[in-house]
Design a protein around this ligand. Structure first.
Ligand code: NDP
Length: 391
């Protein structure tokens, strides 16, 4: 079976990575591609994709940075000996989709032809014993459509049956495609005992609060009975965070500290944020929701309360960070590395969509063919909430 979609080829990638990283644009790194879908393995299903959603990992895929899609897929194949069929000269990107099952592998019993599903992005070998405790600890684990082939930006996606969740019954294909990766990640970071496990009455500062992760993080804080301090960079995003229920919205453009050196600048920013929060009735920050990395991590470490937790899942601004470690141990703080979610966390998060407790903030629904310019928009930090693609 052939499928058409968006991703890259080995030949195209060679031309992309000749451009220095600071001059690359995601739109130059993603092109229409066609590939032959290999036969289904026993535990796989073929899904006809109805809608997909953009995630920041497709920005990294299209930039070929910090690793190229083919390097990532090679890693997946090294970790999973049965995944050799992912190694092709073509790769299709995308880690969130909804659709209809059109074929099932011989070992799939729980799902059948015609089932309507939401696909979550964690591929893992269920026979690795550690998955019984937390599948994200398995060395076999990969992110579908980022570290694997046959991703969401296509007519058909080949996925493991263990990636499927029932499509929430009352929502559209677009909504069903919009939440998988970011809501599940935010759920693990904030709600799960594997993350910060935020408690009623605590306060969480959320960087990038109007973004894909942030718009879910605000809503999760409210559900947990915690207060949300949202940090954004413009007026429009301030309004979105207020609409979602943030208790305090801070425009970071107002905190450009004049740094004497790198750490000093972070300390000044942290002090300014704490002072503003305190003046608005928020005396301390218990948890920080981190995914910005180099540009904010030292600020997060300085501003979180003694004994507080920083849950971090990414580094959009750079993954090499300078920290003054005295702020970590002297004040008994914790930095908790988080990555997507295990199946239970993803299913618990999806229930919040099913029950209506959480509504994805979808800023636009666009045709799949516009993927390149939409990735540029996300890379420029201009996007709000989730962008969904019609197939
Ligand atoms: P979005 O682009 O939707 O939002 C990111 C937000 O980060 C922006 O809106 C911007 O908000 C903020 N930001 C960017 N640069 C800075 C900066 N220098 N200082 C402060 N804030 C900044 O992306 P997502 O929310 O979808 O993802 C964010 C990151 O998390 C990405 O790097 C992604 O790869 C990673 N991620 C990791 C996952 C995992 O499982 N490990 C899962 C999901 C995402 P503003 O300008 O308004 O401040």
């Amino acid at each position: 079976m052939n499928t058409q979609g968006y991703g890259t080829t080995k030949e195209h990638l060679r031309s992309v990575i000749r451009t220095p990283i600071d001059q690359r644009q995601p739109s130059k790194g993603i092109i229409p591609v066609r590939l032959e879908v290999p036969e289904l393995q026993a535990d796989e299903v073929l899904v006809e994709v109805r809608a997909s959603a953009i995630n920041y990992n497709s920005v990294w895929s299209a930039l070929g940075h910090p690793l190229t899609p083919f390097q990532l897929i090679n890693g997946h194949v090294r970790r999973n000996s049965s995944a050799g069929d992912h190694n092709l000269d073509v790769a299709i990107f995308g880690s969130d989709a909804s659709g209809v099952i059109v074929e099932t592998g011989v070992g799939v019993t729980r799902w059948k032809h015609g089932d309507e599903v939401t696909i979550h992005c964690s591929v893992v070998d269920p026979l690795d014993p550690i998955t019984q405790s937390d599948a994200m600890l398995s060395k076999t684990q990969s992110i579908w459509g980022y570290e694997t082939n046959f991703g969401a930006f296509a007519e058909y996606a080949k996925v493991k049956a263990s990636q499927l969740l029932p499509k929430p019954s009352h929502v559209s294909w677009e909504v069903a495609a919009s939440f998988g990766l970011t809501l599940s990640t935010a759920y693990r970071m904030l709600i799960s005992p594997n993350g910060a496990h935020i408690r009623p009455g605590e306060v969480c500062l959320i960087w990038g609060a109007a973004g894909g992760l942030g718009t879910f993080a605000i809503q999760l804080c409210k559900i947990a009975g915690a207060r949300a301090v949202a940090v954004v960079s413009d007026k429009k995003k301030e309004e979105v965070c207020k609409e979602l229920g943030a208790d305090l919205v801070i425009n970071r453009a107002e905190f450009d500290a004049e740094a004497q050196d790198e750490v000093q600048g972070h300390l000044l920013t942290a002090r300014a944020i704490k002072k503003l929060a305190s003046s608005r009735g928020i005396p301390k920050i218990d948890v920080v929701f981190e995914h910005v990395g180099a540009a904010t991590l030292m600020t997060s470490l300085a501003l979180v309360e003694r004994g507080g937790r920083i849950a971090i899942c990414g580094a959009s601004s750079g993954y090499e960070s300078t920290l003054d470690l005295r702020y970590l141990w002297m004040d008994l703080k914790k930095i908790i590395g988080c990555h997507f979610a295990n199946y239970l966390e993803a299913a618990e998060a999806a229930k919040l969509i099913e029950s209506g407790a959480i509504a994805p903030y979808i800023s636009s629904v666009r045709p799949l063919c516009e993927i390149g310019s939409l990735l540029d928009h996300v890379y420029a930090g201009e996007s709000v909430g989730k962008i969904v693609l019609n197939h």
